[in-house]
Design a protein around this ligand. Structure first.
Ligand SMILES: Cc1cc2nc3c(=O)[nH]c(=O)nc-3n(C[C@H](O)[C@H](O)[C@H](O)COP(=O)(O)O)c2cc1C
Length: 202
């Protein structure tokens, strides 16, 4: 058994850093983001550079690699909804990542049912088991990418997707994940483990 490592230095022009990073930072949750342009044209697109950015105040973030309709819409209207990309929605989630004309509403084109959100004018995906309604907090420009931070105004979860403790239940959410290349992850096996109070404790 060898412990020799391949080294990918980012100053080596032969290194394909984007596919290397996306195949290394895995699995990533998928934010299926609904937005609206200033003219009112709807948009829906998956973004896997996505996570919680701050606990209090609650803020989530996603990254647009390049200028996309989602980013432009968020800049224009300052609102977006993160819809959880659940396993039964795999095909529509993937289909919505195609390069649609900005004047085309992906949800309309693909027959994805939307319904009104509570706190923002952007609708949510009706079949998504959970949605996070956001108002733009700020953007951070980084090279070819832009981080979008959104204040969480409300989280809505299907009652049938809540466990007895009132929190979303993984087995009901069935979240898809994004891996490297064109690979996707099925919902993972889940186990619970107590967090130790003291180092070495159990
Ligand atoms: C599962 C998945 C995850 C993606 N994650 C991102 C991402 O994090 N950032 C990004 O800019 N594009 C991402 N893409 C590509 C966008 O979805 C794609 O460029 C889409 O056309 C953007 O749509 P829009 O122009 O309507 O915003 C992802 C695609 C897929 C299939």
């Amino acid at each position: 058994m060898t412990h020799e490592r391949a080294v990918f230095a980012t100053d080596d022009p032969a290194v394909r850093i984007y596919p290397l990073l996306t195949a290394t930072v895995v699995p990533r949750p998928i934010a299926w983001i609904s937005t609206r342009s200033a003219e009112g044209i709807g948009n829906l697109a998956p973004h896997s550079f996505y996570t919680v950015a701050c606990a209090n105040p609650p803020i989530v973030q996603f990254t647009s690699v390049g200028d996309k309709d989602t980013l432009r819409n968020v800049r224009e209207t300052r609102e977006f909804v993160v819809n959880l990309a659940a396993a039964p929605m795999l095909d529509p989630v993937n289909a919505s990542s195609a390069r649609f004309d900005p004047r085309v509403d992906e949800a309309e084109a693909l027959g994805i049912r939307l319904e009104p959100s509570l706190m923002v004018s952007v609708p949510r995906v009706a079949e998504a088991p959970a949605s996070i309604e956001c108002r733009l907090h700020s953007v951070i420009e980084l090279g070819d990418s832009t981080i979008v931070l959104g204040d969480v105004l409300a989280v809505t979860v299907l009652r049938t997707a809540l466990a007895a403790d009132g929190l979303p239940d993984m087995s009901a959410l069935q979240p898809l994940s994004r891996l490297g290349r064109d690979e996707w992850g099925h919902p993972p096996a889940v186990f619970a483990l107590d967090r130790p109070d003291v180092p070495g404790g159990s």
